[in-house]
Design a protein around this ligand. Structure first.
Ligand code: GSH
Length: 200
């Protein structure tokens, strides 16, 4: 297997944490996103969407999308279980992971991209859309705090891939000046999850 990633990017980090949780270490090629290495033909032949991370499996399949890659890694190394053991747990984890991705990670990323113009060499940017996206993230974050008021992890009693998505989204948001870590349950859960060995 071979991983193509930018290990400091939010989605690169998601797969890096899953690999560490699973005790796996892979040969890795770092892709320089700022320099546009992900836009070169060589890279888009692996992922036509032109985003990292991409995992090349031993059979030569190129997998992109962090969750698809993580599911594949879980099929290779089942423990610790990150996607749920029962139908109900799997659905709950999927629900919270999608909520974290669609309602927090996306607006945080859109705010970052549109307010900084970091990728303006490859996409249209709109300051207004950046501001709206930052507001959406601020207005949504309480949903996760409310859930954590009655649950040790975001999708229930055990650590899961949904915790990885949510925790790394909040870490990234803080690093780029969108501090969403102010609500009490979210703050203590974030400290607990971020102190796992896999996050360091
Ligand atoms: N849904 C994809 C998102 C991948 C993604 O947006 N990756 C970012 C880094 S976090 C990227 O490659 N950005 C480069 C660009 O937009 O040119 C996933 O889950 O892996």
């Amino acid at each position: 297997m071979h991983l193509y990633t930018q290990s400091t990017s939010p989605n690169g980090r998601r797969v890096a944490v899953v690999l560490k949780e699973k005790g796996l270490s892979l040969p890795t090629t770092e892709i320089d996103l700022r320099a546009g290495e992900n836009l070169l033909d060589e890279f888009t032949a692996r992922n036509p969407i032109g985003r990292v991370p991409v995992l090349e499996t031993d059979s030569g399949l190129y997998l992109s999308e962090s969750i698809a890659i993580s599911r594949y890694l879980e099929s290779l190394v089942s423990e610790p279980n990150l996607f749920g053991r029962t139908g109900e747990a799997q659905a709950r984890i999927e629900m919270w992971n999608r909520r974290a991705e669609l309602n927090l990670m996306m607006p945080v990323a859109q705010a970052f991209r549109n307010l900084t113009g970091i990728f303006k060499d490859r996409e249209k940017v709109s300051k207004e859309w950046g501001e709206i996206s930052a507001e959406v993230a601020r207005d949504t974050v309480h949903v996760f705090d409310d859930q954590l008021a009655g649950s040790p992890y975001i999708a229930g009693d055990t650590f899961s891939v949904a915790d990885i998505t949510l925790a790394l989204t909040l870490t990234f948001a803080r690093a780029v000046g969108q501090d969403l870590l102010q609500l009490p349950h979210l703050v203590s859960w974030h400290e607990k999850v971020s102190s796992r060995d896999s996050f360091t």
